[in-house]
Design a protein around this ligand. Sequence first.
Ligand SMILES: C[S@@+](CC[C@H](N)C(=O)[O-])C[C@H]1O[C@@H](n2cnc3c(N)ncnc32)[C@H](O)[C@@H]1O
Length: 355
Amino acid sequence: MENKEINPETLKKLQLKIMQDVSASAIIPLMRIGDQLGIFKKLSKIGEVSSNELAKATTLDERYLREWLYAVSAAGFVTYNVETQKFLLTPEQIAVFADDDGPASMMGAYDMLTGAIHNEDQVKEAFKTGEGVDYKDSCPICFQGTARFFKPSYEKNLVTSWLPKIENLEERMNKGASFADIGCGYGLSTMIIAQTFPNAKVCGYDIHEPSIKEAEKLAKEAGLDKRIKYTTADAKSYHGKHDYIAFFDCLHDMGDPVGAAKYAYNQLEDDGSVILIEPTANDKPQDNFHLFGQMYYSFSTIGCIPTSKSQEVGLALGAQAGPSKLIDVLNQAGFKNCKVVKKNASNMVIEARKN
Ligand SMILES: C[S@@+](CC[C@H](N)C(=O)[O-])C[C@H]1O[C@@H](n2cnc3c(N)ncnc32)[C@H](O)[C@@H]1O
């Protein structure tokens, strides 16, 4: 590691990687503009258009729109018809950029990225003091971004691929089991569970009151307000016994995950399960040094570590803790039977049982 000579090939590779990342990052504000001003949605409805036609249809300024269209076309996010010199969205581009409720939607990622940039100053200070940043003090775009970013994954995987790995869950939920979604945020996972299992008793808890208020609003809009009981509570203070206690992408955000898991142990029926959904990770950091790892470690530095450090204990597991550390947390809480029951590129599911 002492070699001080610059290897031109290595340097070129590093610079190319940075240029790719710069290019991907430069488009973040444009994606948010396209989303918030409804440009993607308008494009999805009217089909192939010139910038002038799009300006008329959206009542937005043509010159801004034209530059925006060139940038997103360069990214491959809008398609340019060279012959007609007009712009359109393919079905795949519509699915990713213009269909918020579809399973392929990815626009929430740009909210998350924008929120992360806004959090820079407070996290920079926390680097110096070692203190945390309370989740409630994060840029509010992060709250909506988290919900939107995770929603398609829950819609696609939760009831078809992840929960079926929990033995007997479907049968028990159909017979009226009680399910608690801890750290539920805007409650999108909670709503999917309530919709799928109409006989189950479904509760959502989160320490962040504005998220719980939003969850209540969304449940009402979906006609699920009588089915789900939301409560502002931290993971060590909710009441009642449950057959299933879930932590969907939130245990690592908690200051005291061992305490939260112990509390869950006490609130869990003896034959119940704790269900963890966490970002997929390997135990050794070097095995996470890839595209997904870059994203998760970055969000973790700006969001998960500061949130955890702002709470009691401040264990700061991080979003790439890996299965061994997570299972160790569950074992410390008393769970004897813990295993990874499902894993894909982005998420893993861990089930913990008392025996
Ligand atoms: C990354 S978000 C995930 C939200 C939601 N589960 C989802 O998947 O969209 C983490 C959530 O954990 C909540 N949280 C953090 N610490 C908590 C604690 N100690 N008790 C309860 N909720 C907590 C936050 O308020 C936030 O809503």
